[in-house]
Design a protein around this ligand. Structure first.
Ligand code: FES
Length: 98
């Protein structure tokens, strides 16, 4: 649940692995998911270790997800859009930067 007093801006709905997630325009995908309590954004290719928001400034690549079909998109650098499709890469997909 998003508190209107804390987060101004129009509400948008993005879909994460097919599930609707409410967010506010201006948020990044990573912060929208963190606000929903979701800390794991992907798993490493080798070992399947969980990764989530770490640097929040586009440097570490721990937050890469598949966003609107683009693999390896940094969730911390991508602002939410209404109807956006976000997918959590599995450990066997190549969303991790090479
Ligand atoms: S959290 Fe480091 S690049 Fe997104």
């Amino acid at each position: 649940m998003i508190d209107d007093a804390i987060l101004p801006g129009a509400g948008v709905t993005l879909f994460v692995d097919g599930e609707p997630v409410q967010a506010r325009r201006g948020q990044t995908v990573a912060t929208a998911l963190l606000a929903q309590g979701r800390r794991v954004l992907r798993h490493t290719r080798n070992g399947g270790n969980p990764r989530g928001l770490f640097c929040a400034m586009g440097v570490c690549f721990d937050c890469v997800m598949t966003i609107d079909g683009l693999q390896g998109t940094r969730a911390c650098m991508t602002r939410v859009e209404d109807g956006m499709q976000v997918r959590t890469p599995t450990r066997f997909e190549s969303s991790e930067p090479a």
